[in-house]
Design a protein. Structure first.
Length: 261
């Protein structure tokens, strides 16, 4: 977004802002009737309180603003979710998985062996999560350069959100369903001579990953995914559910839109 456009949009937004609110403008636009509409947000602290939709071509029309809102808000919400959840996973140092997995498992105990396999599985999901998030960052940077949001972008975001939810589901399900064997595996690691070579943070991660079961159960419930023994079917079912849930959520946000008087 060029400085002239940004200045115009901020000026329009400030006319609708309250004295105690911050104002920001998203540089991505949705075209309605050959007019570019941008989303402005009003915040108190870091909490969004309302949005408004402005064009750089003449005056805004409520009907056009509502159309723009349905796309721009949906994209903003899904992007924020991807960055938030994906960012949390990116913060996990890869060595928290790789260094413990370098320790040989010289045990015939079934629980230890199964726990080792489950921990490897967790690392595989973590790698998929990191790849997804890094790819999305590159995609988003490209969108910021072209600025115009399209239906293809909306579809892409919903698909990525669905994968984010599914990867969270897979991770939490592993930690809950394989909790006892992962604990057996981490308990075994603590008996090895290589354990002392791990950093303090690595040891803390390994021993803490199975704790706070109640919180993990709560997080799994909050995902509210449709479960299926067929992985492909589960992907499809939850993609459709995500589309429906997002449409409902965006419709509810309409009451927080501000319009020029």
């Amino acid at each position: 977004m060029d400085k002239k456009t940004e200045k115009l949009l901020i000026k329009k937004a400030k006319k609708l802002s309250k004295w105690h609110e911050g104002v920001f403008v998203n540089p991505i636009f949705w075209e309605v009737n050959e007019k570019r509409y941008y989303m402005a947000g009003f915040t108190v602290g870091n909490t969004p309180k309302a949005t408004a939709y402005f064009t750089t071509v003449g005056d805004e029309k409520r009907e056009e603003a509502e159309i723009a809102q349905s796309y721009l808000s949906l994209f903003s919400d899904t992007s924020n979710n991807i960055f938030r959840v994906g960012g949390e996973h990116l913060k996990i140092d890869t060595s928290y998985y790789t260094k413990p997995l370098e320790i040989p498992v010289n045990s015939s105990e079934i629980a230890v062996i199964e726990g080792h396999e489950s921990f490897k599985h967790l690392w595989e999901v973590q790698q998929k999560f990191n790849l997804l998030t890094n790819d999305y960052h590159r995609y988003y940077e490209g969108l910021l350069l072209r600025e115009q949001l399209t239906q293809k972008d909306i579809d892409h975001n919903i698909e990525i959100v669905n994968w984010v939810n599914l990867y969270q589901y897979e991770t939490l399900s592993l930690l809950l369903n394989q909790n006892s064997v992962i604990r057996a595996y981490t308990g075994y690691l603590e008996t090895t001579k290589e354990w002392k070579d791990l950093s303090r943070d690595q040891r803390t991660f390994v021993t803490g990953i199975t704790k706070n079961v109640a919180k993990m159960q709560e997080n799994l419930r909050s995902l509210d995914l449709i479960e299926s023994n067929d992985p492909e079917k589960m992907i499809i079912l939850n993609l459709e559910k995500a589309k429906s849930d997002l449409r409902i959520g965006i419709a509810k946000q309409k009451e927080y839109i501000r319009y020029p008087k």
